[in-house]
Design a protein. Structure first.
Ligand SMILES: [Zn+2]
Length: 91
């Protein structure tokens, strides 16, 4: 179970459900999948490093920790982590 720290209060991450639709959360995940398929492990994927645009666009930012990566696919640790923090069902 994940938690967010917002304005000095701890809130359950289900706050994401109130703000982000499944489609937008899935788009963020697919963005990370493309990054992995390009051979990059972000290494700092979290909600602070995702930009969500009002039109539904998604951008992953801050590659300061990124490393080269030969992605094993859906079982990849970071991809599984991403599904968890985006509160998407496991692959
Ligand atoms: Zn990977």
């Amino acid at each position: 179970m994940s938690w967010l720290w917002i304005n000095g209060e701890v809130m359950h991450v289900s706050f994401i459900y109130l703000v982000l639709t499944f489609t937008i959360r899935e788009a963020a995940y697919q963005c990370l999948v493309l990054i992995h398929q390009a051979g990059v492990n972000h290494c700092d994927f979290n909600l602070n490093n995702i930009l969500f645009f009002s039109g539904g666009g998604v951008r992953v930012i801050d590659f300061s920790e990124a490393v080269e990566h030969d992605c094993p696919g859906p079982d990849c640790y970071e991809l599984c982590w991403a599904r968890d923090i985006l509160e998407l069902p496991p692959n």
